[in-house]
Design a protein around this ligand. Structure first.
Ligand SMILES: C[S@@+](CC[C@H](N)C(=O)[O-])C[C@H]1O[C@@H](n2cnc3c(N)ncnc32)[C@H](O)[C@@H]1O
Length: 230
């Protein structure tokens, strides 16, 4: 794991509907979470996975969750749990909220232990294995395919305030999945999708933002886009 170089307070401020000053302060608080960063980095070293493609913007996720103080957060794509841990740390500091995470894990190759994908799990690990125990009481992990679990989880919730989609995706299936999430969205709810390094905004998120009277904004030069529902 590496320290995030240039977090984007403007993106955070715009998604939260707050001032740039508030975004900058929240990012500074996120960057000060050094015990969490050190814990995650150590867990990755001990787990035999010093580097892999975790979310590019964990500080922005923390800052956003601090500013919008969500009651219900849903994320799709956990792997070792970097995004989950930063979101949970923010909920803990808010003193409220739950994180519902969905993941269909991929395992390393059994004999060689070599990764099948940058996010595949080392031997003996389960999704979110790097998340500190002290943060797990706000965490609801569901194991399975997003096609089944997005409808299941969204049907149980009366609202979603923050939705993170950090999972390989294709437009047709994303459109169907976003429709499920949209049923729980309200004014001020925020959706974010990661399209990988250098990835471009997918049609599904662009359309969903438009239907919600909004526009998907890019996080600095990352493949990460989000919108705030009007
Ligand atoms: C890029 S990783 C997520 C990284 C994570 N958010 C982080 O910050 O560390 C993508 C995750 O999506 C999961 N995944 C892939 N296909 C999936 C599917 N159809 N349903 C649910 N999860 C899936 C993978 O197992 C992997 O854990």
């Amino acid at each position: 794991m590496k320290v995030e170089d240039h977090p984007d307070p403007r993106w955070v401020a715009e998604l939260a509907g707050r001032s740039l000053e508030a975004g900058t302060e929240a990012i500074a608080e996120a960057a000060a979470q050094l015990p969490l960063f050190r814990h995650l980095a150590r867990k990755h070293r001990e787990g035999g996975r010093p580097g892999y493609v975790e979310i590019d913007a964990p500080l922005e996720l923390f800052a956003l969750a601090r500013l919008i103080r969500p009651r219900e957060v849903v994320e799709v794509g956990v792997s070792s749990g970097v995004s989950s841990a930063y979101l949970l740390e923010a909920l803990e500091r808010n003193g409220r909220g739950r994180l519902h995470s969905i993941d269909l894990p991929k395992r390393n190759r059994p004999r060689s232990g070599r990764p099948t994908a940058s996010w595949s799990l080392p031997e003996g690990k389960s999704p979110g294995w790097a998340i500190p125990k002290r943060l797990r009481h706000r965490w609801d992990l569901r194991i399975g395919d997003k096609r089944d679990l997005i409808p299941a989880v969204t049907s149980e919730l009366d609202r979603i305030d923050l939705f993170l989609y950090d999972v390989p995706h294709r437009d047709r299936e994303s459109q169907a999945e976003f429709r499920w999430v949209d049923r729980t969205f309200r004014s001020g709810s925020v959706a974010i999708a990661d399209h990988g390094p250098g990835g471009e905004l997918c049609t599904a998120l662009r359309r969903w933002a438009g239907e919600r009277g909004s526009e998907a904004l890019q996080c600095q030069d990352l493949g990460l886009y989000g919108f705030r529902s009007a």
